[in-house]
Design a binder for this molecule. Structure first.
Ligand SMILES: NC(=O)c1ccc[n+]([C@@H]2O[C@H](COP(=O)([O-])OP(=O)(O)OC[C@H]3O[C@@H](n4cnc5c(N)ncnc54)[C@H](OP(=O)(O)O)[C@@H]3O)[C@@H](O)[C@H]2O)c1
Length: 322
C-alpha cells in the first residue's frame, strides 16, 4: 500500500510517499480502506516533534511513522473478536494513539469507530472526529451552554470553531467569532452573528462581555479572558500555547475559588460524541466546512497549507485507489 512516512522530526519536507506492506488487523481490530483523512494540529505537533509529542512518540526519532488520525473508509477485514462491524461497513473515527491514517489502509480498534451515515461523504466524515468532539465537549460538557447566552469563539474559522458555531446556534445563542480577515465571510455564512478581525480589533478591549468563551488558540494571558466574562461566565479552552495552558491550569482553580467565573480545560474524549454528531448531520443541523481537498501524495503540501493558518474549517485529503 502507499503511505506517507516519516523517520525524523521536522517540516513537511521530511515526509515521503512510500510503498509499504499492508497492515494486518489484530483480533480486536478492523482493516479499513481509507478514502479520506483530515489534518489536525496534533499531526503538526507530532511531525515537528515539540517536547510533549517527543515524550509521546520518541525523544530522538518518531516511533509511529505514519501520521493521520481522523479517517473515513470502508472495512475490508475484521479480527475474530470484533463484534460491532462487518466487511463493507463504511466507518469513520479518530485513531489518535495508533495513527496511520495518511495511507491507503489502516488498522483500528472497533471502539475508535462509528458507522458513517449514507448521506455523509467520506470527506465530510474525515473532517469530523477531533474538531467536532472538541467543540461538543467544550460547549456542552465543560461550558454547559444555555439558551440566551452570548458566546465568543477565539480562533473561530478553523476546525473546532466551524463546528462549534453550528452547534451553539441550536441553543439560540448569540455567537461572536474572532479570526483573521480572510475567514470572516465564510464565518458569517455558517452562522456567526458577529465577527472580529483580530488584526484590527482586540476583543478584550472593545467593552463587550460574554457569558461563555470557547478558546482554540490561548494566545492571551488568562486574565485578559476573564476580564470580558460576565459575572457568572465560563471560559473553556481546548488548547493552544503550552505556556498559557500551564498558566490556566495553575491559576484556573484560584480564579474559580475567588470569583463566580469558571475556568475549564477540555481533555479530548476521542469519538465519544460521534453518534450525536451523526444525528445532527442527518437532520441537516451540522455540516463540516472543508478546505481542499488534496491527494495522498500531497499530504506535505496540505500540512504546509494547514501550517500557514490560511485554511478555512478542516483540511481534508482524498485517498484514491487504483
Ligand atoms: N484538549 C485536547 O485534548 C486537545 C486534543 C487535540 C487538539 N487540541 C487543540 O485543539 C486545537 C485545534 O483547533 P482547530 O483544529 O480549530 O485549529 P485550526 O483549524 O488551526 O484553527 C485555529 C484558528 O485560529 C486562528 N488564529 C490564529 N491566531 C489567532 C489569533 N491570534 N486570534 C484569533 N484567532 C487566531 C487561525 O487562523 P489564522 O492563522 O489565519 O489567524 C485558525 O483559523 C489546538 O489548539 C489543539 O492544540 C486539544
Amino acid at each position: 500500500m502507499k503511505a506517507i512516512v516519516y523517520k525524523k522530526y521536522g517540516t513537511p519536507d521530511v515526509l515521503e510517499l512510500k510503498e509499504i506492506d499492508k497492515s494486518v488487523p489484530g483480533e480486536n481490530e478492523v482493516l479499513i480502506k481509507v478514502y479520506a483523512v483530515s489534518i489536525n494540529d496534533w499531526d503538526m505537533g507530532l511531525l515537528q516533534g515539540d517536547i510533549i509529542n517527543r515524550l509521546l512518540n520518541g525523544l530522538l526519532k518518531p516511533r509511529i511513522k505514519i501520521l493521520g488520525s481522523d479517517i473515513a473508509g470502508r472495512i475490508e477485514a475484521v479480527g475474530k473478536n470484533v463484534k460491532k462491524f462487518h466487511n463493507g461497513d463504511e466507518v469513520y473515527g479518530d485513531l489518535s494513539g495508533s495513527w496511520g491514517g495518511f495511507a491507503e489502509y489502516v488498522c483500528a480498534r472497533e471502539n475508535a469507530l462509528a458507522l458513517k451515515p449514507n448521506s455523509m461523504s467520506f470527506e465530510e466524515a474525515a473532517a469530523i472526529p477531533q474538531a467536532a468532539m472538541l467543540a461538543i465537549q467544550g460547549l456542552h460538557d465543560k461550558g454547559q451552554i444555555r439558551s440566551g447566552q452570548k458566546l465568543l469563539i477565539n480562533g473561530a474559522g478553523g476546525g473546532v470553531g466551524t463546528f462549534a458555531v453550528q452547534i451553539a446556534k441550536l441553543y439560540g445563542v448569540e455567537v461572536t467569532g474572532v479570526d483573521s480577515p480572510g475567514k470572516l465571510d465564510m464565518m458569517r455564512s455558517i452562522g456567526f452573528d458577529h465577527v472580529i478581525n483580530y488584526k484590527l480589533e482586540d476583543f478584550t478591549k472593545n467593552g463587550k462581555i460574554y457569558d461563555l468563551i470557547l478558546d482554540v488558540k490561548m494566545n492571551r494571558p488568562i486574565y485578559d479572558y476573564t476580564r470580558v466574562l460576565s459575572r457568572n461566565g465560563t471560559y473553556v479552552t481546548v488548547g493552544g500555547s503550552l505556556v498559557r495552558l500551564l498558566q490556566t491550569l495553575f491559576l484556573g482553580p484560584w480564579i474559580s475559588m475567588t470569583s463566580k467565573k469558571k475556568i475549564c480545560v477540555v481533555a479530548l474524549k476521542s469519538n465519544k460524541d460521534l453518534d450525536y454528531i451523526n444525528e445532527l448531520f442527518e437532520t441537516g443541523k451540522v455540516k463540516p466546512v472543508i478546505d481542499g481537498t488534496f491527494r495522498l501524495d500531497e499530504v506535505p503540501k496540505a500540512l504546509r497549507f494547514f501550517g500557514s493558518g490560511n485554511h478555512k474549517g478542516k483540511v481534508v485529503i482524498t485517498v484514491e485507489h487504483n
